[in-house]
Design a protein around this ligand. Structure first.
Ligand SMILES: *[C@@H]1O[C@H](CO)[C@@H](O)[C@H](O)[C@H]1NC(C)=O
Ligand SMILES: *[C@@H]1O[C@H](CO)[C@@H](O)[C@H](O)[C@H]1NC(C)=O
Ligand SMILES: *[C@@H]1O[C@H](CO)[C@@H](O)[C@H](O)[C@H]1NC(C)=O
Ligand SMILES: *[C@@H]1O[C@H](CO)[C@@H](O)[C@H](O)[C@H]1NC(C)=O
Ligand SMILES: *[C@@H]1O[C@H](CO)[C@@H](O)[C@H](O)[C@H]1NC(C)=O
Ligand SMILES: *[C@@H]1O[C@H](CO)[C@@H](O)[C@H](O)[C@H]1NC(C)=O
Length: 475
């Protein structure tokens, strides 16, 4: 099922031989059942261009014309089921109008909503503009809305389409982006994504990388906000916190964590009874999406632990068959970077992921791409010493997609030999698409930046973990 394509014919031949060899090798050495589809390390080697942030005067950072014009416009889901959208934007100098004018007819913006929150913050010697968050609720499903921000000659117009009502056979395509940053590679990732059929972005943490600058120069959050607008103003981006979003700087008097992240990026966390914007769940079309915080406590009895335990009980797979989890630090990763860093969370949550038959777990953090076979490692206890991942039909597929293109560059090398749980891995920048067809089938694909827009560098069909059982198919 794993597919591979190499950049040039010669390396394709070599990689095919490697694939055959690795299948044979795993099959004969361990007889592990997932050896049938093989484990593969791509031999594609991308050019080693320098990974630097785009300059402050880059075209994608342009401030929209006109005094105090709304900028950094982005939207996210605003409720539990997809009938609300939170519109966020920044006016640099004045509050101006806190209104969003919207409607289903481009000529007739019949509805008005007022921002429920306008805020500013300081970070070292940086002072933010006025950050507005406005919820548009009671929207119709599967409907295109047009919306306008600002007044008079600085008015700007955008649009978005609401998802279909939650239901088992609603096709829907999610985009996966991680560790994005703001380099030319980030720009290529966003550009390729914009041209894809993705309808909602799941961003698995690490946004602007402003923390790479002295005193975490938050002007780089503003450039980032303007950079992603060409996608994020038109479709929801769902946020997950990453380590570069923490921005705690006690040496220069910054004691708050996630200050910029939480002021700028909204999540509808209260709709799922979460006590923190850093972890939450939503339902959207055929999917139930759970976003976790790798950087908040998850030990037994912590708020995040208690919340997830209760949230998993609410999932109704007859309504939302696809159960998706996202987080920043991967639970399975065979890159030398951040190797085994997710073990603490894995030991707490993995058994639930298996018990509740999570379909797919997306993570970032590692600046490369990797897809696992369905594996679990939940048998270990102090007496049995059973600490190797094993093939497990009920276990999720784990995808590392921290390859958005940030200033830190790609993560190499990989652990050798490739662990048997790893199906495909490659250190290149790109994005992923989860194309949900119906209750039983979804196609996950990974698109590497160096290829043409439509080229798929890796893909796998996912058989829904709940509906694949033949007894359920007869219902
Ligand atoms: C970013 O990508 C867009 C779309 O390809 C392009 O028009 C723009 O010039 C790029 N900007 C930079 C700074 O690379
Ligand atoms: C604008 O939309 C509102 C509400 O849908 C409707 O009542 C009104 O007639 C529309 N106006 C025009 C000029 O189409
Ligand atoms: C903030 O501090 C940095 C470093 O000292 C300096 O370069 C920058 O000009 C200051 N910015 C403002 C707005 O004062
Ligand atoms: C969504 O709307 C489009 C066109 O308005 C229609 O063709 C499609 O069937 C609708 N989908 C759902 C799931 O209702
Ligand atoms: C440890 O694992 C073994 C084998 O799965 C099991 O029989 C035993 O009950 C476990 N011990 C504890 C303390 O959970
Ligand atoms: C679900 O989609 C897959 C892939 O397109 C297709 O083969 C299968 O027949 C579909 N199943 C149903 C029940 O429609």
């Amino acid at each position: 099922m794993a597919r591979c394509s190499a950049a040039v014919a010669a390396s394709f031949v070599v990689s095919t031989l490697l694939l055959i060899w690795s299948c044979w090798h795993i099959h004969t050495s361990s007889g592990a059942p997932w050896a049938i589809s093989g484990s593969h390390t791509s031999l594609y080697v991308r050019s080693l261009e320098a990974s630097v942030d785009m300059p402050l005067d880059a075209d994608v950072f342009q401030v929209p014309p006109g005094f105090n014009a709304p900028q950094q416009v982005h939207i996210t889901q605003g409720d539990y089921f997809g009938k609300a959208v939170i519109v966020s934007w920044i006016t640099p100098y004045e509050v101006e109008s806190p209104n969003v004018y919207y409607g289903t007819d481009k000529e007739n913006y019949s509805l008005t909503a007022m921002a429920e929150l306008t805020t500013t913050y300081t970070a070292y010697n940086y002072t933010s503009g006025f950050i507005h968050h406005c919820t548009l609720d009671n929207l119709e499903y599967n409907t295109t809305y047009y919306y306008k921000l600002g007044e008079g000659n600085v008015m700007r117009e955008f649009s978005f389409t609401t998802p279909p009502e939650c239901g088992p056979d609603m096709p829907y395509t999610f985009g996966l982006i991680g560790d994005l940053g703001q380099t030319a590679d980030s720009n290529a990732t966003v550009e390729h994504y914009v041209q894809s059929k993705g309808q909602t972005v799941l961003l698995v943490g690490d946004c602007s990388y402003a923390d790479k600058y002295p005193f975490y120069d938050n002007n780089r959050w503003d450039t980032w906000g303007r950079f992603i607008e060409r996608s994020a103003a038109y479709q929801p981006w769902l946020w997950t916190p990453g380590n570069h979003d923490i921005e705690s700087g006690p040496t220069f008097g910054e004691f708050n964590e996630f200050k910029s992240y939480m002021h700028r990026l909204q999540t509808p966390y209260m709709a799922s009874q979460s006590t923190s914007p850093l972890w939450y769940a939503i339902q959207r079309g055929p999917a139930y999406i759970i976003s976790l915080s790798s950087y908040s406590s998850f030990v037994t009895y912590s708020p995040q632990y208690q919340w997830l335990k209760a949230e998993l009980l609410k999932v109704d797979r007859t309504k939302t068959p696809w159960l998706i989890v996202m987080m920043h630090v991967p639970l399975y990763n065979s890159n030398c970077h951040h190797y085994l860093e997710g073990e603490a969370m894995r030991s707490v949550f993995e058994a639930w992921f298996v018990e509740y038959k999570v379909d797919i777990v997306f993570a970032g953090h590692v600046h490369a791409y990797e897809r696992s076979h369905p594996v679990s490692n939940v048998l270990f206890n102090l007496t049995n010493d059973a600490c190797q991942p094993i093939f497990n039909e009920d276990a999720p597929t784990y995808v590392v997609i921290g390859d958005g293109g940030n200033v830190e560059g790609l993560a190499v090398p990989y652990m050798e030999p490739q662990p048997e749980y790893s199906a495909f891995r490659e250190a290149s920048f790109g994005h992923g698409l989860l194309d949900i067809m119906n209750r039983t089938h979804a196609l996950f694909s990974w698109h590497r930046n160096q290829d043409g827009l439509s080229v798929v560098a890796d893909s796998a069909w996912l058989n829904n973990q709940y509906w694949k059982s033949s007894s359920r198919m007869q219902i």
